[in-house]
Ligand binder design. Structure first.
Ligand code: ADP
Ligand code: MG
Length: 731
């Protein structure tokens, strides 16, 4: 049988190994296995890896046996064997509750895999899996190598089983050329000084020197970057060929009314982006644009003006918001701005105007029917809603523009689901307040054109932020509540944000929203539960904030309750709002000037930045206090200090990228699709990604269907099918 990249692993490996690889590592084909790269390389004698281990890690280490001792167990029958292994720098203990392993003699080198535990304060492996590199069953060839690849492994498939399987496929250096044809055109390879694919695969799996690894890595990164960029470029190209409907700007309509009613001057940035959008809406190719802008930069009004232009041209515009609170706020704001023009058909409405319709999951049946009818008959020019907008049964008379607010909360599928509701592909504007680093823009959002609002409206007071480390400075928390009281006394309002809701009878108490939260730190599972809105509100009412008008807001309240609370807060009736991250995105109450974030270490960098964006949206200066028990000198403390030190969302986005894994970033934005990115680093490979983007665009403009580059076409297809497979698994 001729083995190809698409050959299932079950045909070339033992059934147990193949099943283990498929089930625990998602490796199904020869291609998958060859692209399953070592996580790192162990080097005999000069590793200090044992030092880096932490309890709870599941790892593979390469080490030499130092001492072996067996003794009978005290409590029960049997023998306990303790083996000390070292890697040159430090030692670690292995414990076996069995008779000594005959070949485990001092001097033997081996790989040991298991979950790191602790016993009496020292790290140890209990019953590790092992593979001896010297002695009878050792493979001479493997033993002789200086760099031993350590693969991402699982409980069922160890690193050395992967190593052996890969070796089988590589079959010495001879066969690989037959198995793998290089998809990269020679000319690109030469231009960028890249290894051939067979050479790179050989070097990444069985390197001799670390230079081998570096060169191979660069080449393999190119594959990922180019495949991704080709996919995105093809998507952009397909989008550009779609027939859309031009929605030209008309004078004397809704847009002019909006402009006349605005209580402020547009910033330069808003004007520029506005022109850009107006021109694009006027084309009969659908717009696909991302509007990114700092929190509070005024994206909503830019979107509203685009929506108004589309309504003036006879179409409908839909605004998709991530939460009911936000959808309701958008509707309130738009209705207020449009006045009678937003109430066409009502008694005091202007018949020349339109209707602004809210469509959310919580509408009662009759109201929902009415809203859907307004949408279907075209009476509603502007439709604002949550996920409910995406449902079947929501049909538009003539959908001309889709606006997705806070895109990072939605996946590509949702964007597409709404798009599909147009008779012809509508224009699409997605907005994100999380500024995104350039690499993410070129990858996750690579199929969109990008506009940026960097400037904040002038006259903003700005927010100053401080960390309140309560373990080190217990007095600072009292001072924080005093500051809050001072602001309230001056007529301002405040938020207190907590990571958890608390005990609502009959509801389980998951965190409100794990999105963007930092990874749990190793060995800290013994932490106390996060502070809860309900508890904190009670304590504040009874203590430091007694006498203030205080209310709570969280995701377990009914939409009516939430709406009522938001209205009262927006109207200034409530002075202090104790809330979960439901206030994170978009909430706009300009009179709020203080935000106290409790257990701030439980939130991600971008999340904190978003939260902070809720204050100082008007002319008053704002204050954001990040309360934490984390020591200032810890990584967490330092992360919070950086958030406090900078208000530059772009810099923070980069920091966020550093503290989260790439997969999380891509995963969140692409809703979990396999991105085909294993080696490429969004943080480090900006230049490479940019070069690949240029090459991809050039390739597609000369060879549209990639007919002359079958290898590349295959890579692109493989990426697409991986994405689909992932999708199916999720469904
Ligand atoms: P974001 O970009 O975070 O979504 P918003 O669109 O909610 O920000 O705008 C934040 C606040 O700034 C709102 O209260 C809005 O009315 C106000 N705003 C928007 N543009 C301007 C401007 N050009 N001048 C003054 N205030 C503005
Ligand atoms: Mg917004």
């Amino acid at each position: 049988m001729a083995v190809t990249l698409e050959t299932p692993l079950a045909k070339v490996l033992g059934p147990k190994t193949a099943t283990g690889m498929a089930d625990s590592l998602g490796l199904h084909t020869v291609r998958h296995l060859l692209r399953h790269y070592p996580r790192r390389y162990a080097r005999r004698g000069e590793m200090a890896r044992l030092d880096d281990l932490q309890a709870g890690d599941r790892v593979t280490v390469l080490a030499q046996v130092r001492t072996v001792s067996s003794r009978p167990m005290r409590q029960r029958r049997g023998t306990i064997t303790e083996v000390t292994v070292g890697d040159g720098a430090s030692t670690m203990k292995l414990v076996f509750f069995t008779r000594q392993h005959a070949r485990l003699a001092p001097g033997a080198w081996g790989m040991f895999a298991g979950t790191v535990g602790t016993y009496q304060g020292k790290l140890q492996f209990t019953h590790p899996d092992m593979h001896l590199l010297s002695g009878e069953d050792a493979d001479d060839d493997d033993w002789a190598r200086e760099l031993v690849p350590i693969y991402p492994a699982s409980k069922d498939v160890s690193s050395w089983v992967i190593q052996k399987s890969v070796k089988l496929l590589l079959g010495g250096s001879g066969n690989l050329g037959d198995l793998v044809t290089d998809p990269l055109p020679e000319e690109i390879r030469t231009r960028h000084g890249l290894l051939s694919l067979p050479a790179a695969l050989l070097d990444i799996h069985r390197p001799t020197t670390s230079e081998d690894v570096a060169r191979a890595g660069r080449r393999l990164k190119w594959d990922e970057a180019l495949t991704l960029q080709l996919t995105l470029a093809a998507r952009r190209r397909a989008a550009a060929l779609e027939p859309g409907t031009a929605r030209p700007r008309k004078a004397g309509g809704l847009l002019d009314a909006v402009d006349a009613a605005l209580p402020f001057e547009l910033t330069e940035g808003q004007q520029e982006v506005g022109e850009e959008l107006a021109a694009e809406l006027d084309r009969d190719q659908p717009m696909h644009r991302l509007l990114q802008g700092e929190v509070g930069s005024g994206k909503t009004v830019v979107a509203l003006r685009a929506m108004a232009q589309v309504v003036d041209a006879g179409g409908q515009a839909a605004l998709l918001a991530p939460t009911e609170v936000l959808a309701a706020q958008h509707v309130r704001g738009i209705r207020a701005l449009l006045g009678p023009l937003g109430r066409a058909g009502e008694i005091d409405g202007d018949p020349a105007g339109t209707r602004v319709t809210l469509l959310t999951g919580s509408l009662k049946a009759a109201a929902r029917r009415e809203a859907r009818a307004e949408v279907a008959e075209g009476r509603a020019g502007i439709v604002v809603g949550t996920h409910a907008l995406l449902q079947e049964g929501v049909d538009f008379a003539d959908l001309g523009l889709v606006v997705v607010d806070e895109q990072h909360r939605f996946g590509v599928e949702q964007r597409d689901a709404l798009r599909a509701k147009g008779n012809r592909p509508p224009h699409v504007l997605v907005m994100t307040a999380t500024p995104i680093p350039r690499t993410v823009a070129m990858t996750v959002y690579g199929d969109l054109e990008i506009s940026t609002l960097r400037q904040l409206p002038s006259g903003r007071g700005g927010v100053s932020s401080s960390v309140v480390p309560v373990t080190e400075k217990p007095g600072w928390l009292d001072r924080a509540w005093e500051r809050l009281r001072e602001e309230v006394a001056a007529g301002r309002q405040a938020y207190v944000v907590c990571p958890r809701i608390g005990d609502v009878p009959g509801a389980d108490d998951a965190p409100e929203d794990a999105d963007g939260a930092p990874p749990e730190e190793e060995g800290r599972s013994d932490r106390r539960p996060p502070l809860a809105v309900l508890d904190v509100a009670e304590a504040l009412r009874a203590g430091p904030l007694a006498g203030l008008r205080l209310d709570v807001l969280h995701g377990r309240m009914t939409p009516e309750e939430k709406d009522g609370v938001m209205r009262a807060f927006a109207a200034g009736e409530t002075q202090v709002l104790v809330a979960t991250t439901v206030v994170e995105v978009g909430v706009d109450v300009p009179n709020a000037t203080v935000m106290v974030v409790m257990d701030a270490d439980r939130f991600g960098v971008s999340q904190l930045h978003q939260l902070r964006g809720r204050v100082a949206r008007g002319k008053h200066a704002g204050l954001c206090l990040l309360v934490t028990e984390a020591p200032s000198a810890s990584p967490t403390g330092e992360r919070l200090a950086s958030v406090a030190a900078t208000s530059d969302g772009f810099e923070l986005a980069r920091l966020d990228l550093e503290t989260r894994r790439e997969g999380d970033v891509l995963g969140a934005a692409q809703s979990g699709k396999r991105s085909g990115i294993r080696m490429l680093s969004l943080l480090e490979d900006e230049d490479l990604i940019a070069e690949a983007r240029t090459e991809a665009t050039a390739l597609l403009s000369s060879d549209r269907g990639l007919a002359d580059h079958p290898g590349l076409a295959q890579e692109v297809a493989a990426l697409a099918s991986d994405e689909r497979a992932e999708w199916l698994e999720k469904a």
